[in-house]
Design a protein around this ligand. Structure first.
Ligand SMILES: Cc1ncc(COP(=O)(O)O)c(C=O)c1O
Length: 382
């Protein structure tokens, strides 16, 4: 059987990873400022994470959601405390798309309505409801088209009100910080306005924190910079540090009933062990505080580089904007400087999504690698 080739891949095979570094099959070491696409939160192969998963696997890897699993409650309690949402409820799933799919479904169940407001350039996943609220027609098959979704620009509170006042909307969904779009942060005024409008019209406010959550921006959730509380928050990526898991964090105003939502693998014993290890390490090693201060440090250093137009984002979710396309620069960083960075749908923006444990030496290496790369005039072609 052949693989169904949907990924354009680099000719590179990492075989080992520790902290913020990867090693390929030839023994070459790479600095990971991409975090496997914002997934690696606590660092690769953290000993406590490995231990927790190993111990759980030795005891029991999986049983279904039809039996008592105290690890789920432990995870919910610790997540509630660390995130500042102790009174919310947790539904565990396996991926980001599945988290958003269930969040949208819950909003629709709760309101009995089906229209959704989403935003220009948003990305919420590839399953049916998620891809319908994702602003990218290229990944939407005919079966995924949905007339009930309105896309609006960020900051357009008047436009949001015009839609919500029709009384057909179940949810407004927005990323804490837009990731794939190239690191766009909704303003505090806009998020507060959305909160007010959703309250006014009885609409569920869903914050997709799949990329921007779990401490990446220097707070547990990016929306906490705006001091609002959504009705539903979705998480994945950093939650399992590579173990596939996601979560729907649900306000106490929603009442659960048996059979309303469900999953075979979500919340399994191994996933909970991974998720607990991540939270324990975030807490013990003060990684959210580290993300905050390293973000400030990185922004200062990056802004001093001449070719850098702007540095966008918060904490360790940063977009570096240039006035030329960055495709060749990214390749140069990877193959010559041995540094992984991310791209985005904006051709001029490099995305930085490193593990939250980076320190001075990783930052120095990135700045040096970027400065060296930018000396190559052929990479700066407009
Ligand atoms: C903001 C956001 N939402 C949803 C998703 C979908 O997550 P998954 O790929 O785990 O389904 C992603 C993935 O990149 C994302 O960045």
């Amino acid at each position: 059987m052949k693989l169904f080739e949907v990924y354009p891949i680099y000719d590179l095979q990492p075989v080992n990873a520790h902290g913020a570094y990867l090693t390929d099959q030839s023994g070459a070491e790479y600095l990971d400022f991409y975090g496997g696409h914002a997934v690696i939160s606590i660092g690769h192969s953290h000993p406590h994470y490995v231990y927790r998963i190993e111990q759980q696997l030795k005891a029991m890897g999986f049983y279904s959601n039809s039996v008592v699993n105290p690890l789920q409650e432990e995870l919910a309690a610790l997540l509630g405390t660390l995130s500042g949402y102790p009174d919310y409820q947790l539904f565990l799933v396996n991926s980001g798309a599945e988290a958003n799919e269930n969040a949208l479904k819950l909003a629709s169940f709760a309101t009995g309505k089906k229209s959704v407001v989403s935003f220009d350039k948003s990305f919420h996943g590839r399953t049916a409801a998620c891809v319908a609220v994702t602003d990218n027609p290229k990944i939407r098959a005919p079966i995924n088209y949905a007339e009930h979704v309105t896309f609006l620009p960020f900051e357009d509170l008047k436009g949001v009100e015009a839609v919500l006042s029709k009384n057909e909307t179940c949810a407004v969904i927005i990323e804490g910080i837009q990731g794939i779009a190239g690191i766009n942060t909704p303003s505090e005024h806009f998020l507060k306005g959305l909160r007010t409008l959703c309250d006014q019209y009885g609409v569920v406010l869903i914050l997709d924190e799949i990329q921007s959550g779990y401490g990446r921006t220097g707070k547990f959730f990016a929306h906490q910079y705006a001091d609002i509380q959504p009705d539903i928050i979705t998480v994945a990526k950093g939650m399992g540090n590579g173990f596939p898991m996601g979560g729907v964090i649900i306000s106490p105003s929603f009442e659960a009933s048996y059979g309303l939502l469900g999953t075979t693998f979500g919340g399994n014993h191994l996933a909970c062990a991974a998720g607990l290890a991540v939270l324990e390490i975030l807490q013990q090693e003060k990684l959210i505080e580290n993300a905050q201060s390293r973000g400030v440090q990185l922004k200062q250093l990056l802004s001093k580089i001449d070719a850098v137009k702007e540095v966008k984002g918060q904490g360790l979710m940063l977009g570096i904007e240039f006035d030329f396309p960055v495709k060749s620069l990214r390749q140069h960083l990877l193959f010559k400087e041995k540094i992984f960075v991310g791209s985005s749908s904006d051709p001029n923006i490099l995305r930085l999504l490193p593990p939250l444990c980076i320190g001075d030496s990783e930052i120095d290496q990135l700045i040096e690698g970027l400065t060296n790369s930018l000396k190559n005039e052929e990479l700066l072609i407009h």
